[in-house]
Design a protein around this ligand. Structure first.
Ligand SMILES: NC(=O)c1ccc[n+]([C@@H]2O[C@H](COP(=O)([O-])OP(=O)(O)OC[C@H]3O[C@@H](n4cnc5c(N)ncnc54)[C@H](O)[C@@H]3O)[C@@H](O)[C@H]2O)c1
Length: 386
C-alpha cells in the first residue's frame, strides 16, 4: 500500500521535534501504516529544518517511516497530503495586540486553506494546533471550501488530558490515604482508562470550560460518581456555580478549572519553554483515536475542536469549538449525545463562544483589510452548514 502522506507545518518548531518520533515509531497511525512525512517551515527556519531532517535520518526509524521530505516549498509539502498537522504560526511578541496576532495567523491559515483546497487529497484530515486554533479552523474552512468541514479539527486534547491528569492525581492520593487509614492493602492506582465523562467545552483559551459534572471513576470493579472519590465540590466546581460564580471566565483560586486553564502558563513559567512534549502527545492521541485502525471506533468520548454546525448541545452555530465527540471507524466522528450541559457549564460556555465569535469577526476583518490593501477582491464565501 502507498504510504500515508502526512504534512507537518512548523516542522522546525518545538512541538514537531517531540511529535516526529511518535509518528515515526508507528504510535500515531498504527504500526502497520507506512508514513511519508513532509516537514514544512518558512525560509528563515530552513537551517533548523535541515537539522531536524538530519536527526530523523540518524534515528534509524524503520518501523513506520517510509521517507521524509524537509522543505520550505509549501506546494511541494501539501501535494497529495492525506493528513495535515498545522503547527506553523506567528508567535505572540511582546507588545503585540491580540487582534494583530489573530490577523497574522488568519493570513497564514488563508494560505493553508488554499493549499489544502488545491493540492491536498480531497479527503485530507486536518488538525490545527497553531493558535488561535479554533478560529484558524474557521478560516481554513472558508479557503478550503471543498474539504468536508468534519475533516477540519483543532486540538483541545491537551486541555482534556491536563484535566484528567489532575483528577487522577487527586483521586489516587485520596484513595491511597483512605486505604492507609483503614489499614487495608494498597488499592490499585487509577489510570486514564479508569476515568470517563470528562469534557472541555469552548475556546482553547482562558475562557475554556473544563467540565467534570459527568465524570466517573472505575474503582473496585465498578463505575462510581466523581464525588464519591473527590467530595470537594468547590475544588471540582460542582457547587451551585462553576468556580468563579457570577464572574464569568474567571476560576476560583486553587480550583481545578483555574488550574487547567493556567497549566500552559505554569509549564512556561517553570520550563521557560512551552509545553511541547505534552502537546505532541495530545496530538498523537487526537490523531490515533480519530484515524488509526487499531483505536478509532474503540475510544471513549474525547474533546475535539470541531464545527458547531448541527451540534446537538445547543451551542451557537458558525464557529469551531471544543465539544465531546466519539471517533468512529474509518476516520469519522460524531458528537457524543450522551453529554448534556448543566446550567453553569452552559452559562460559561456561552461566554467562551462569544469570544470565539469575536475572534472570527476580527480575523475576517483583518483578512478583508489585507485583501483590499493587496488590491484583490475579497474572496470570503460563507459556506452552508453541514
Ligand atoms: N492547541 C493547543 O493545545 C496548543 C498547545 C501548545 C501549543 N500550541 C500552539 O502551537 C503552535 C506551535 O507551537 P511550537 O511550540 O511548536 O512553536 P514554535 O515557535 O517552536 O514553532 C512554530 C514553527 O512554525 C514555523 N512557521 C511560522 N509560520 C509558518 C508558516 N507560514 N508555514 C510553516 N511554518 C511556519 C516557525 O518558523 C516555527 O518553526 C503555536 O501557535 C502554539 O501557540 C497550541
Amino acid at each position: 500500500m502507498a504510504p500515508l502522506r502526512v504534512v507537518i507545518t512548523g516542522g522546525a518548531g518545538q512541538i514537531a521535534y517531540s511529535l516526529i518520533p511518535l509518528i515515526a515509531r508507528g504510535l500515531v497511525f498504527g504500526p502497520d501504516v507506512k508514513v511519508h512525512l513532509r516537514l514544512l517551515d518558512i525560509p528563515p527556519a530552513a537551517n533548523a529544518l535541515a537539522g531536524v531532517a538530519m536527526e530523523v535520518q540518524d534515528s534509524l526509524f524503520s518501523t513506520a517511516l517510509e521517507g521524509v521530505l524537509a522543505t520550505t516549498n509549501d506546494v511541494e509539502a501539501f501535494t497529495g497530503a492525506q493528513v495535515a498537522i498545522l503547527l506553523g504560526g506567528f508567535p505572540r511578541r511582546p507588545g503585540m495586540e491580540r487582534w494583530d496576532l489573530i490577523g497574522k495567523n488568519a493570513g497564514i491559515m488563508k494560505r493553508m486553506g488554499e493549499l489544502l483546497e488545491t493540492y491536498a487529497s480531497p479527503n485530507c484530515k486536518v488538525v490545527v494546533v497553531a493558535n488561535p486554533a479554533q478560529t484558524n479552523c474557521y478560516i481554513l474552512s472558508i479557503y478550503a471550501p471543498s474539504l468536508p468541514r468534519k475533516n477540519i479539527t483543532s486540538l483541545s486534547r491537551l486541555d482534556h488530558d491536563r484535566m484528567i491528569g489532575m483528577l487522577l492525581h487527586e483521586a489516587n492520593s485520596r484513595l491511597m490515604s483512605a486505604s492507609a487509614g483503614n489499614g487495608s492493602e494498597c488499592v490499585r492506582k487509577l489510570t486514564a482508562a479508569d476515568v470517563r465523562g470528562a469534557c472541555i467545552w469552548g475556546n482553547h483559551s482562558n475562557s475554556q470550560v473544563p467540565d467534570v459534572s459527568a465524570v466517573e471513576f472505575f474503582v473496585d470493579g465498578r463505575w462510581v460518581p466523581i464525588e464519591s472519590v473527590i467530595p470537594d465540590r468547590t475544588w471540582l466546581g460542582l457547587s451551585n456555580s462553576l468556580p468563579g460564580g457570577g464572574n464569568l471566565g474567571v476560576g476560583t483560586e486553587g480550583s481545578l478549572v483555574e488550574a487547567v486553564r493556567k497549566r500552559g502558563a505554569a509549564v512556561l513559567a517553570a520550563r521557560k519553554l512551552s509545553s511541547a512534549m505534552s502537546a505532541a502527545n495530545a496530538i498523537a492521541e487526537h490523531l490515533s483515536d480519530w484515524l488509526s485502525p487499531e483505536k478509532s471506533g474503540h475510544s471513549p468520548a474525547v474533546s475535539m475542536g470541531v464545527t458547531t454546525d448541527g451540534n446537538p448541545f445547543g451551542v451557537s452555530e458558525g464557529v469551531f469549538s471544543s465539544l465531546p465527540v466519539r471517533c468512529t471507524l474509518g476516520g469519522d466522528w460524531n458528537y457524543d449525545e450522551g453529554f448534556s450541559l448543566t446550567d453553569d457549564v452552559r452559562r460559561h460556555l456561552e461566554a467562551s463562544v462569544v469570544e470565539l465569535e469575536d475572534e472570527k469577526a476580527t480575523a475576517l476583518k483583518m483578512l478583508e483589510k489585507a485583501e483590499a490593501a493587496a488590491g484583490s477582491a475579497p474572496g470570503l464565501v460563507p459556506r452552508p452548514s453541514l
